[in-house]
Design a protein around this ligand. Structure first.
Ligand code: PMP
Length: 282
């Protein structure tokens, strides 16, 4: 497999990352996961914009224009001949002797991106998944797509150890987001989701879903809701680049609605489906 390493596409064996890379030592970097449908990147502009926004928020300079990066990602997909899957892309603050403050003089950032062929989670999209509540113990800049994911890792591990697909995080009583997803509740034909703030990642799929809501005619209220309210929703959904519009059928063993994918959820899935390239190989 070929890897994008800074601005070169090279064989994976050629990639050398320093042991003093700040991503490796401090998680000092940012990343994106971009979906590939039918050999094309989905919502690439939005992902690249968010990558540069995350970079700005941590004062990291990506030494390529967005257009150059976009082109390089397309080349990578072509060279690796990926049909369906995703790109993982990360940029770190570079390699320099270990010290917490930024390197001075500034060193060049280190970019790596690779592709992975995957299939869509079709059974889960139809049958829904079970989740559990986990206290959100992460820092207060969850809007940055940072490599520092220990809080998210521990939350997901807790979910997996309970045979759950995802951890629904809450700060006190307030639901924020999943460990690697945004979440939504639907009650009496209204979709509720946490507003965009420092407490959640502004998901690209979230944005697509809010567009889908307009198309299917469901009202959106971007307001936080509580754990108790979550359990009383008619339908519950999580979303991410890889999980798409994923129905949640139970939280902590408590059935949501009738324990099956809800009607609004199915409509949103259909609207989402229309936005992705038509000739899918799954
Ligand atoms: N929140 C968190 C914490 C995430 O890790 C992700 C997945 N990257 C999301 C939300 C969903 O974001 P997106 O739809 O852009 O994949």
């Amino acid at each position: 497999m070929k890897i994008l390493w800074n601005d070169q596409i090279v064989d994976e064996k050629e990639v050398k990352i320093g042991y003093e890379d700040r991503g490796y030592q401090f998680g000092d970097g940012i990343y994106e996961v971009i979906k590939i449908y039918n050999a094309d990147v989905f919502t690439a502009t939005e992902h690249i914009d968010r990558l540069y926004a995350s970079a700005d928020k941590i004062q990291l300079v990506i030494p390529y224009t967005k257009d150059v990066l976009h082109k390089m990602l397309h080349e990578l997909i072509e060279i690796n001949e990926v049909q369906n899957g995703h790109i993982y892309l990360q940029v770190t603050r570079g390699t320099s002797p270990r010290q917490h403050n930024f390197p001075l003089p500034v060193v060049e950032s280190v970019l790596t991106a690779y592709t992975k062929e995957t299939t869509r989670p079709l059974a889960e999209l139809e049958n829904g998944v079970k989740v559990c509540f986990v206290e959100d113990v992460r820092w207060l800049r969850c809007d940055i797509k940072s490599l520092n994911l220990l809080g998210n890792v521990l939350a997901k591990q807790e979910a997996v150890s309970k045979n759950c697909y995802e951890a629904i995080q809450h700060r006190g009583e307030i639901i924020t987001e999943g460990s690697s997803s945004n979440v939504y509740g639907i009650k009496d034909g209204v979709l509720y989701t946490h507003p965009v703030s420092n407490l959640i990642l502004n998901g690209i799929t979230r944005k697509v879903i809010l567009d889908c809501c307009q198309e299917v005619g469901i009202q959106v209220v971007e307001e936080a809701f509580t754990k108790e309210q979550a359990l009383e929703m008619d339908e519950f959904i999580m979303s991410s680049t890889n999980a798409e519009v994923m129905p949640i059928i139970s939280i902590d063993g408590h059935m949501i609605g009738n324990g099956k994918r809800g009607e609004w959820t199915e409509k949103l899935q259909q609207a989402f489906e229309k936005k992705i390239p038509a000739t899918l190989e799954v």
